[in-house]
Design a protein. Structure first.
Length: 366
């Protein structure tokens, strides 16, 4: 009597496991079909590669270094969206400006929708202001870059391009560091070792969650962002003051690197809509913008209060901090207006042939 019962139970268990296995296989095949369809669509309609581009190009930056700030092609250097190569050596008749920051600097959404980002539009506007003087604005922003990433980016890569001016805008990527795990660590590893922020080659080696964050199909539903902000990962009750100290430290170090390399540094506060963001408190966001101005004042460098000047109209933003194409144009308009005196002074210094570009601008300000 017991033996037939055991055999029946085994058969029932095997049947159940078979159903589960079949459902898993069907689910995986359906997911692969949807993922392939999504990638094919983005390939055809938006020109994105079928496979996510590997941009793990620096041993000092483990985040998704996209778009890469510099790409070698046929022995020539291409810089972001520019269609022509950029010379390592700056032409004598060129004023080179490099914009540095995170996703709000690369403006990838606006670029894909309208072929525009703020450095490109700023370059066009400065060209109209100075038709007889060549002003070049390069975009060295990358997704999720904080001041820690920008410090490395400037010191190890961008100074070699001999820029005259660096525009730096940071806030939310730094201020949000305070709320991951137990709070900010000196190297920001409490945030940037999370799978969502790691380069794809590192994501896949660490966790299944890391693999999921690379799905374009799931990204349509915001899953990667949900995983980054999953319950238990974000603690808005954390104190942001230690992170604010780190932010100030990083800005001062960036200012020192620029000063040693004879580069004019311009700090900009980060504009925003009034929409909330789940990864940062509004109090911290405002405190970080204020700290940017304090560091600029202390270091004697130009500060542009983009937060106040741009306003908070929803027409300019797709979320709290990222811009619509109209927002990009508004940002570039303000930046151009604020930078014209500096560019004019640097142009005058070049024409005089007797002043360094820093002395030319400082003499104008004083």
């Amino acid at each position: 009597m017991a033996q037939p019962r055991i055999i029946a139970m085994l058969k029932s268990t095997l049947h159940f496991l078979n159903i589960v296995l079949v459902n898993i296989v069907v689910f995986l095949l359906a997911f692969l079909a949807l993922e392939s369809a999504t990638r094919t669509y983005t390939l055809i309609r938006k020109g994105r590669g079928f496979f996510r581009q590997n941009t793990f190009i620096s041993c000092w930056i483990t985040s998704y270094d996209y778009p890469p700030p510099m790409v070698e092609s046929d022995g020539r250097l291409y810089f972001r969206h520019r269609v022509g190569p950029t010379s390592w050596e700056k032409p004598e008749d060129t004023l080179r400006i490099i914009a540095v920051g995170g996703s709000t600097t690369i403006c990838l959404g606006a670029y894909r929708d309208a072929g525009i980002d703020y450095p490109m539009e700023l370059e066009r506007r400065l060209a109209r202001e100075f038709p007889d003087f060549n002003v070049e604005v390069l975009n060295a922003g990358a997704d999720a870059y904080s001041t820690a990433h920008s410090l490395v980016n400037i010191q190890f890569r961008l100074v070699e391009l001999d820029p005259d001016v660096i525009l730096l805008m940071e806030n939310i990527n730094d201020s949000s560091v305070n709320y991951f795990l137990d709070g900010a660590t000196p190297d920001y590893s409490n945030k940037y070792l999370q799978s969502y922020f790691l380069n794809p080659r590192l994501q896949g080696t660490l966790s299944f969650t890391g693999l999921l964050t690379q799905s374009r199909f799931l990204s349509k539903f915001g899953l990667p962002q949900m995983l980054a902000n999953k319950p238990g990962a974000i603690h808005l009750e954390n104190d942001y003051r230690y992170g604010l100290h780190l932010f100030s430290r990083n800005l001062a170090n960036i200012a020192a690197v620029c000063s040693l390399s004879n580069i004019e540094l311009v700090l900009m506060s980060q504009p925003s809509s009034l929409k909330p963001d789940p990864s940062v408190s509004e109090e911290a966001f405002l405190a970080y913008n204020d700290e940017m101005e304090k560091v600029a004042t202390k270091e004697g460098i130009q500060f542009i209060d983009m937060y106040s000047l741009m306003g908070h109209d929803d027409r300019y933003f797709i979320d709290k901090v990222h811009y619509t194409p109209e927002g990009v144009e508004r940002f570039a308009q303000i930046a151009c207006s604020e930078l014209v005196p500096m560019v004019g002074a640097l142009r005058h210094g070049r024409a005089g042939g007797e002043l360094s570009h820093q002395n030319a601008f400082h003499n104008l300000r004083n």
